[in-house]
Write a protein that binds this ligand. Structure first.
Ligand SMILES: Nc1nc2c(c(=O)[nH]1)N[C@H]1C(S)=C(S)[C@@H](COP(=O)(O)O)O[C@H]1N2
Ligand SMILES: [Mo]
Length: 420
C-alpha cells in the first residue's frame, strides 16, 4: 500500500465508525480529552448530527444567488433571453482587443460584425477535445460563507484566446457578461494573461463553463456560458459571458475593486459550524458538526475550543495559546452519495482529481470543502463560546496567513452555547 492508500483507507474506517458508533473502540475515537460520558451513550448523537449534514455537492438550483442587475438577466422573459443571446441557440462571444496604440495585436479577433463571434456549437466542438471538469466551492468574497459547491465543466479560456492569434502586447484579459445593455450595470473582472495561458501549482485551468454537476448551466448559474476561475472568489467567475477583451493594460479592472476588495486574493482555508446544541444539560456530551473551505493552502486539521464566556486569554486575538481539540475530518462521500443532482449520481468521467471510479485521489480536496465532526465532553452549567478553526497543510492556523477581511473571510467563528 502506498502512503496515500493507507491514508484513504484509514479515513474510510474512521467514517464507518461514526456511522456504526456501537463499539467502545469507535466511540473512543470520537471522544475528546475531556470526554466524561460513557462511550455507548454518546456516539449515536454525533451519528445523528452527521446524518443530517448537507450533501457535499449543491444542487444547481440550491446555490445562493447574489447576481446583480435590474432586471436580473436570468429573470428575463424567454423572448428577451433569445434576443440578447442568453440561450444556447443564440449565445455569441466576442473576443477583441482594446484600441490604443500599444494595444494587443490580434490576427483573428472574434466579432459579431464580421460573423466570427464564437457560438455555442463552436464551443462544443472545442469541448470535444478540450473539456475539463473540477470540483470547486463558489464563495462570495464579501459574504464569506459558500454559495454552493459544484463540479464545473468547461473549455480552457486559453483555447479560445489562442484561436484569435494574439501576436504581442498582451498582459491582461478583461471580461464581462450581459448587463441589460446598461454600462452602469456592467459586472466585470480580469486576470493576468499568464494565469490563463498556464496553470500554476497544478491548479485546474480557467474555463468557459457550460455545465455544472453534469447538467447544462442554468440561467441562474450564469448560463449559457460563464467564466470559472478555480482558485478565485466568486467575483472572478463572470456569468452570462458575452465579451472578452485582450489588453496590454497592466491593472485589474474588476468591479469588486470599487468595494475596497483585494481582487488578487485566492481562496482561503477556514472552518465554521453547521450544527451544535444551543442549549445542553450539564455533563452531557456535545455533538458538533461543521465544514471547512479548503483554500489554496489545503487543510490539515479542524480544531474546536470551548471557553467560558469572557474567560478568553488576554492579548491573544487569534487564540493561539489555549489547547484546541482536534475534530475528525469526514471521509469523502462514497460513490453515489455526493448529492448535487449529478446524472446517475456519478461524478462525471475524467473529472480532475478523481479516479476512474469517481473517488477523489486526495482528501480533503483543495478549492472545495470538507465536513468535520467532534463530540465534546460534558461541561458544568454556564455560558460558553464555541470556536472552530483550521490548520492548513503548511501548519498555519486560521485566521493566518491572510487575516484581513477584504481579501476574503477568515475570522475565527464564535457561537454561543448555554449549559444548564
Ligand atoms: N455577470 C455577472 N457575473 C457575476 C456576478 C454578477 O452580478 N454579474 N456576480 C459575481 C459574484 S460577486 C459572485 S460571488 C458569483 C456568484 O455565483 P453564483 O450566483 O453562481 O453563486 O457570481 C459572479 N459573477
Ligand atoms: Mo460575490
Amino acid at each position: 500500500m502506498t502512503p496515500l492508500d493507507t491514508f484513504l483507507s484509514e479515513h474510510g474506517r474512521l467514517t464507518r465508525r461514526f456511522f456504526l458508533s456501537a463499539g467502545v473502540a469507535g466511540a473512543a475515537l470520537l471522544a475528546t480529552r475531556t470526554q466524561s460520558a460513557r462511550a455507548g451513550d454518546v456516539a449515536p448523537e454525533l451519528t445523528e448530527a452527521i446524518g443530517k449534514l448537507e450533501s457535499f455537492l449543491t444542487p444547481p438550483d440550491k446555490f445562493r444567488d447574489v447576481s446583480r442587475g435590474k432586471p436580473l438577466p436570468h429573470s428575463l422573459p424567454p423572448e428577451k433571453m433569445t434576443e440578447v443571446g442568453l440561450t444556447r441557440e443564440t449565445w455569441k462571444l466576442e473576443v477583441t482587443s482594446d484600441t490604443d496604440k500599444s494595444a494587443t495585436r490580434l490576427k483573428k479577433p472574434m466579432t459579431k460584425a464580421d460573423g466570427t463571434a464564437l457560438d455555442f456549437n463552436g464551443l462544443m466542438q472545442i469541448a470535444e477535445t478540450h473539456a475539463v471538469r473540477f470540483a470547486k466551492v463558489m464563495t462570495c468574497l464579501n459574504i464569506g460563507c459558500p454559495l454552493g459547491t459544484g463540479i464545473w465543466e468547461g473549455v480552457p479560456l486559453r483555447e479560445i484566446i489562442w484561436r484569435t492569434q494574439p501576436v504581442e502586447n498582451l498582459r491582461r484579459v478583461f471580461y464581462y457578461g450581459y448587463h441589460n445593455d446598461d454600462a452602469g450595470q456592467m459586472f466585470r473582472s480580469s486576470l493576468p494573461i499568464g494565469r490563463v495561458f498556464e496553470d500554476p501549482y497544478d491548479l485546474p485551468p480557467v474555463i468557459l463553463c457550460y455545465k455544472l454537476n453534469g447538467q447544462f448551466l442554468s440561467p441562474e448559474r450564469g448560463g449559457p456560458v460563464r467564466v470559472v476561475v478555480p482558485e478565485a472568489y466568486g467575483f472572478k467567475s463572470i456569468k452570462w459571458l458575452s465579451h472578452i477583451v485582450l489588453t496590454n493594460l497592466a491593472y485589474a479592472n474588476d468591479t469588486y475593486i470599487d468595494g475596497n476588495n483585494d481582487v488578487d486574493s485566492p481562496l482561503k482555508t477556514w472552518a465554521a459550524t453547521l450544527s451544535f446544541p444551543k442549549e445542553v444539560a450539564a455533563n452531557q456530551p456535545i455533538p458538533v458538526t461543521g465544514y471547512a473551505q479548503v483554500g489554496i493552502s489545503g487543510l490539515n486539521k479542524v480544531q474546536v475550543w470551548i471557553c467560558q464566556k469572557g474567560k478568553e486569554p488576554e492579548n491573544d486575538p487569534n487564540f493561539t495559546t489555549p489547547t484546541w481539540t482536534d475534530a475528525t475530518i469526514l471521509d469523502a462521500p462514497k460513490p453515489g452519495s455526493w448529492g448535487g443532482e449529478l446524472p446517475d449520481g456519478k461524478i462525471p468521467p475524467s473529472t480532475l482529481g478523481f479516479d476512474a471510479e469517481g473517488r477523489p485521489k486526495t482528501w480533503p480536496m483543495r478549492l472545495s470543502k470538507a465536513h468535520w465532526a467532534v463530540l465534546l465532553g460534558g461541561l458544568p452549567a454556564g455560558e460558553y463560546t464555541l470556536r472552530s478553526r483550521t490548520i492548513d497543510e503548511k501548519g498555519q492556523a486560521q485566521p493566518m496567513p491572510r487575516p484581513f477581511r477584504k481579501s476574503g473571510h477568515a475570522a475565527i467563528e464564535q457561537v454561543s452555547l448555554v449549559v444548564k
